[in-house]
Design a protein around this ligand. Sequence first.
Ligand code: MF3
Ligand code: CO
Ligand code: CO
Length: 342
Amino acid sequence: MKLPGRNEPCWCGSGKKYKQCHLDSDARGETAPPALLAEQEEESRRAANRIMPGRISPERPVPPEIVRPPYVGGTRPKGRSCLKRPEEIPAMRAACAAARKVLDAVVLAAKAGVTTDELDRVAHEETIKLGAYPSCLKYCGYPKSICTSLNEVICHGIPDDRPLKDGDILNCDMTVYLNGYHGDCNETIFIGKPDAESLKLVRCAYDCMMAGIEAVRPGRNFNVIGSAIEARAEKDHFSVVRDYTGHGIGADFHMSPAVFHYFDRYSRAIIEEGMTFTVEPMINVGTWRCKIWNDQWTTVTADLKRSAQFEHTILVTKNGAEILTGSDQTPYFKKQLKEWGL
Ligand code: MF3
Ligand code: CO
Ligand code: CO
């Protein structure tokens, strides 16, 4: 239920435009059914609390000895396959382990009062300490070393001077380039104690990623991943974002195939042992539709309801998949829930 727009037919069934019928008396709180007014109030509350663009700090320097990926300087990706030769796997493992190490440090630094720019500093410095390059920096013009996506921001949030607030949910997405390979992972964490809906959402997003990963077997079609994710999301009546996918990964940050998080009936790609790709579903409380800010990156839900995401880079094995971006700290939100006794 939702109040009509000014020029839409009035909810009372009179056939008149809303503005010529109950709009004024509803605004005074006199006539509309309470459920409609509550919905309207909730929508205004979301609009008032929405994430706004902040100030972005100057570019952080990368020491000259750090090897840059080819796109820093303008070379286009070569369109290689994500299938790895056995001798490539150790370097792939190392890149993924480094990405996880950085992400672990970032989520530990995320607390109420800390700005997302400060998290970018942590991500940037930890990456360089490991001798790696922060893959996001200058990727298609992206200005920072990590993506920090808050509340209704689905993905690609740019770190800025907004301090984290109690009750926020924050996704940190970290990719590093080490010894010629990229490793990519993200997770959503709570800032302070979560409300019930955010708790359910974050749990669901994590379960969705795991369900997608557990569906992976050599010989299966890639679309089994999306089917498993959709089935888990539907259980909680949440929606799956359709505009972004997981991706093959390796010498290039993003390579084929696109890993859909919903069932894609046209998908012909077959999963093969030795492939490395990401599974990274974005799950929304409300609509799956998104909008992109004028910065051309920050992607928010069209209804400003919350969104959560998890991502691992995986290696396809003989019988399933191995998570390359795991650590004993992940998923961090489960540790947080224990602290709150939830
Ligand atoms: N790490 C993101 C992914 O999972 C991509 C971020 S691209 C950036 O694919 F340019 F926004 F950093
Ligand atoms: Co990522
Ligand atoms: Co990714």
